[in-house]
Design a protein around this ligand. Structure first.
Ligand code: SF4
Length: 694
C-alpha cells in the first residue's frame, strides 16, 4: 500500500476460489487493486479470509494473460491474432459446417464452476436453443455430480442443507472425505472454534488430515479406512444405529417414507454390514466405529460435512445417499446444527449445477423430459428444445475418439489437465475438428484448440457465485476487462453469429431471466443482492430473503426416502504389479490445477506436487526423503518427488495435482461413479519405485 499509494475507492465482490465464497472489498486506486480486504459483513466469512482470497489475485494482471482472440486452422499451425468479430465468426462458421456435415449432436459445450451463474446460464441456453441438443456439461461432473444425484433422490434437492454458521449449534461434527483446513480454510476456522468450545469430532478419512490432531483440536474418532471402502463404512455406521436401537423412529415415521426405511433398516442390520465384517478389508477398528456411530446418533445436534473423498468413487452417489440415510434415521436434519453438508470445491459448483449445465436438467434441476418445464423454456427462448438428455463429458470424449463428436466449446475448464486419464482426453481433443477454448491463459486444453477466446478475470466481470451453502453472492466488476468484454458477452456474440441474438445489456438482465424461469431463484435480483449482501436460495414469495436451513417441516421431495447402500468393491484392484493405492487431494496455498495460484506469489508456499508414502512402504522400496520416484498405474506413469510420512497408512500413497508437470491425471483411470460418471480419482492402483535418472 505504501508503494502504490492509498486506495481511492473500494468495491465489494466475492472470492474466485473455493466454495466458501468469502466476500472481499477490493480496495482500488484507479484501475489498480491495492489490496483485497475481507468484508466484515460477508455472510459466509464475517471478515475472515485465507491466503488465496487475500493474496492470490495477481494472476489477473499476469504476463501470461491472453487478451486478444486467436484462431488457427490446424493445431500444428501457429496461433494468429484476430479481431473479436473474426474469431467469433470463424467459430460460428465451424460450428455450422460441422453440424451440417455430422449432425447437430456432433457439437457440445463444457462450462466451469469458476464461471458466474449468468455465464453458465447463457452457455446452456446456447447449447439448448442454438446447438439444438442438451450436450452441455460442467466440471461439476468430475467433482460433485454424485451430490446432485444422491441428495435429489433422498431429500429432493441437489444442495447442502445448512448455513456454515449452523456449525456453531453442532454438538457432534462428522467429516467424511474432506480436508477443510486446506480446502475450505475459512469454514474450517469456524468449525475449529466450535470444536474448541467442546463439540465432538469424528473423521472418516484414509489420511490423517490436520484436524485429526492439530494444536487445539483432536478428533475423538479417526476412522482411517482403506480408499474405496466408503459405502461399507456408512452401512456399518448405520448397522450400529439400527441394531443398538438408536434410530429416531418418531422423526422417521413423521418425515420419511416408512417402507423405504424398513427396507434399508433390514438391509443394514445384516451381519455382513456389521463393523466386525468391515474391519478386515477397510482397516477400521470395529470398536472405534461402534463408538463413533453411538456418538453421532446420541451426542446431540450432529452434522455431517463431506467432500470429494465421498463423491470421487465408483460408488460416489451411493455414498451420498448413505450419508443422507444416516441423517434421516437419526433425525439430524431440518434444524440448526445438523444436516448434510457437501463442501463444494470450486466457488460456483453449486451455482453451475443450479443453472442447468447438466445434460439432463434445465436450470433449477428440472429434467429435460418434463413437458411442462420444456414448454416454459421453449416459450421463453422461442426455439423447440430437445427432450433427450445430452452427452456427459466422458461421453463426448469417448465419441470424439471414435470420430463421432467433432466440436466443443470449452468455457473456463481445462479438461486436458483436470480430467482423468490424460491420454484419453488428449486423443479425443486431437480427434475433433473444432476446439474452442475460452480462458484467461493458454491452458493445457488450448494446446489442442483452433479458436481461443480470451476470458475476463473475476475482477473484470459482473454476476453472481453460489457457494456451498446455497448463498448467492455478487461478483462486481472492479476494473475494465483486459480482453475487451465479459465472458457472458462472448457467448452472447457467438450465439448472435449463429443466428440467435442474445440481447442482454448487463449480467443483471440474465439474472432477471433466470429468476423468471427458475422457481428457487424467483425472488433474486441484483437490486436485492445489493440490499441484502447475499441470498441463500430458495428465494421466493414464501422466503423473500432466502432460506438458511432446508427441509425444516418437510423434505423438498415430500417424504425423505431411504436407499439401500449395497457395497460393490471398485474394479480398480491392487495386485502384485500395482500394490499401492494412490489417492489425491489439495493444499491450502494452491488451487486445483493451479492456473491462477501458480501465477501469484502463493507459488512460494508450494513449488511442486509431492507424493506422500508411509515409512514402511518407502523402506521396502529403498526410497529416501526427497527421492524422485516413478509412479505407474494401468493408465500411465509419472515422476514425483517423495516425502515420507505417517499421515498416510501403509499401502496408500497420496499426491496433489496443482502443477501440470506432476501428471497426476496421467495415472488416474477411466473408472467412474455408476450414476453420474464422476471419475474415481480417489482410488488408483499404482506401483512406486525409486528412479535414479530423470
Ligand atoms: Fe474464502 Fe475459499 Fe477464497 Fe479462501 S479460497 S478466501 S476460504 S472463498
Amino acid at each position: 500500500v505504501i508503494e502504490q499509494g492509498l486506495p481511492e475507492h473500494s468495491v465489494t465482490t466475492t472470492c474466485a476460489y473455493c466454495g466458501v465464497g468469502c466476500s472481499f472489498n477490493a480496495e482500488m486506486r484507479g484501475e489498480e487493486v491495492i489490496r483485497m480486504v475481507p468484508n466484515k459483513d460477508g455472510g459466509a466469512n464475517h471478515g475472515h479470509s485465507c491466503v488465496k482470497g487475500r493474496f492470490a489475485w495477481g494472476y489477473t494482471t499476469h504476463k501470461d494473460r491472453i487478451t486478444t482472440p486467436m484462431i488457427r486452422k490446424s493445431i500444428k499451425d501457429p496461433w494468429q491474432e484476430v479481431s473479436w468479430d473474426e474469431a467469433i465468426n470463424y467459430a460460428a462458421s465451424e460450428i455450422t459446417r460441422i453440424q451440417r456435415q455430422y449432425g447437430k449432436d456432433s457439437v457440445g459445450a463444457i462450462t466451469s464452476s469458476r464461471c458466474t451463474n449468468e455465464e453458465v446460464y447463457v452457455v446452456q441456453k446456447l447449447v439448448r436453443a442454438v446447438f439444438g441438443s442438451n450436450n452441455v456439461d460442467t466440471c461439476a461432473r468430475v467433482c460433485h455430480s454424485p451430490t446432485g444425484y444422491g441428495l435429489k433422490q433422498t431429500l429432493g434437492e441437489s444442495a447442502g442443507t445448512q448455513t456454515f454458521d449452523s456449525v456453531m449449534q453442532s454438538d457432534v461434527i462428522m467429516i467424511i472425505g474432506a480436508n477443510p483446513t486446506d480446502g475450505h480454510p475459512v469454514f474450517a476456522s469456524q468449525m475449529k472454534r466450535r470444536l474448541r468450545e467442546g463439540a465432538k469430532l469424528i473423521i472418516a478419512d484414509p489420511r490423517a488430515i490436520d484436524l485429526v490432531s492439530s494444536p487445539h483440536v483432536r478428533a475423538d474418532h479417526h476412522l482411517k479406512l482403506r480408499p474405496g471402502t466408503n459405502v461399507a463404512l456408512i452401512s456399518a455406521l448405520a448397522h450400529v444405529i439400527v441394531t443398538e436401537g438408536l434410530v429416531n423412529e418418531a422423526f422417521v415415521r413423521e418425515r420419511c417414507e416408512w417402507d423405504s426405511f424398513v427396507a434399508w433398516r433390514d438391509f443394514v442390520a445384516k451381519p455382513e454390514n456389521s463393523p466386525e465384517a468391515l474391519e478386515p478389508f477397510s482397516g477400521v477398528d470395529a470398536e472405534e466405529l461402534r463408538a463413533a456411530a453411538r456418538l453421532y446418533a446420541t451426542g446431540g445436534n450432529a452434522a455431517i460435512y463431506y467432500g470429494l473423498g465421498v463423491t470421487e468413487h465408483s460408488q460416489g452417489s451411493t455414498m451420498v445417499m448413505g450419508i443422507a440415510n444416516l441423517a434421516m434415521a437419526t433425525g439430524n436434519i431440518g434444524r440448526e446444527g445438523v444436516g448434510v453438508n457437501p463442501l463444494r470445491g470450486q466457488n460456483n459448483v453449486q451455482g453451475s449445477c443450479d443453472m442447468g449445465s447438466m445434460p439432463h436438467e434445465f436450470p433449477g434441476y428440472r429434467h429435460v423430459s418434463d413437458d411442462e418445464t420444456r414448454a416454459l423454456f421453449e416459450q421463453a427462448w422461442g426455439r423447440p428444445l430437445s427432450n433427450d438428455p445430452g452427452l456427459r463429458i466422458p461421453n463426448m470424449l469417448d465419441l470424439a475418439g471414435e470420430g463421432k463428436f467433432k466440436a466443443i466449446y470449452c468455457n473456463g475448464e481445462d479438461i486436458a489437465q483436470s480430467d482423468p486419464n490424460t491420454q484419453h482426453v488428449t486423443h479425443a481433443l486431437e480427434s475433433m475438428e473444432c476446439v474452442i477454448v475460452q480462458d484467461l491463459f493458454l491452458n493445457e486444453t488450448a494446446m489442442y484448440a483452433h479458436v481461443f477466446f480470451p476470458g475476463a478475470s473475476f475482477l473484470e466481470k459482473s454476476g453472481t457465485f453460489t457457494n456451498a451453502e446455497r448463498r448467492i453472492s455478487p461478483v462486481r466488476r472492479v476494473m475494465t476487462p483486459k480482453n475487451g468484454m465479459e465472458d457472458w458477452e462472448i457467448t452472447a456474440k457467438l450465439s448472435t453469429a449463429l443466428g440467435y441474438p442474445m440481447e442482454y445489456q448487463h449480467a443483471s438482465d440474465i439474472m432477471d431471466e433466470i429468476a423468471r424461469l427458475t422457481p428457487t431463484f424467483e425472488g433474486v435480483s441484483f437490486a436485492k443482492l445489493d440490499e441484502l449482501g447475499s441470498i441463500q436460495w430458495p428465494c421466493n414469495d414464501t422466503h423473500p430473503n432466502g432460506t438458511p436451513v432446508m427441509h425444516v417441516d418437510e423434505f423438498v421431495r415430500g417424504k425423505g426416502k431411504f436407499f439401500i447402500t449395497q457395497y460393490v468393491p471398485t474394479s480398480e484392484k491392487v495386485t502384485a504389479r500395482f500394490p499401492l493405492i494412490l489417492t489425491t487431494g489439495r493444499i491450502l496455498s494452491q488451487y486445483n490445477v493451479g492456473a491462477q495460484t501458480r501465477r501469484t506469489a502463493n507459488v512460494a508456499w508450494h513449488q511442486e506436487d509431492l507424493i506422500e508414502i508411509h515409512p514402511h512402504d518407502a523402506e521396502e522400496r529403498g526410497i529416501q526423503e526427497g527421492d524422485w520416484v516413478g509412479i505407474t498405474s494401468r493408465a500411465g506413469e509419472t515422476v514425483l518427488r517423495a516425502t515420507i510420512t505417517e499421515r498416510v497408512q501403509p499401502g496408500v500413497v497420496y499426491t496433489t495435482f496443482h502443477h501440470p508437470e506432476s501428471g497426476a491425471n496421467v495415472i488416474t483411470t477411466d473408472n467412474s461413479d455408476w450414476a453420474t460418471n464422476c471419475p474415481e480419482y480417489k482410488v488408483t492402483a499404482v506401483q512406486v519405485a525409486r528412479v535414479t535418472q530423470l
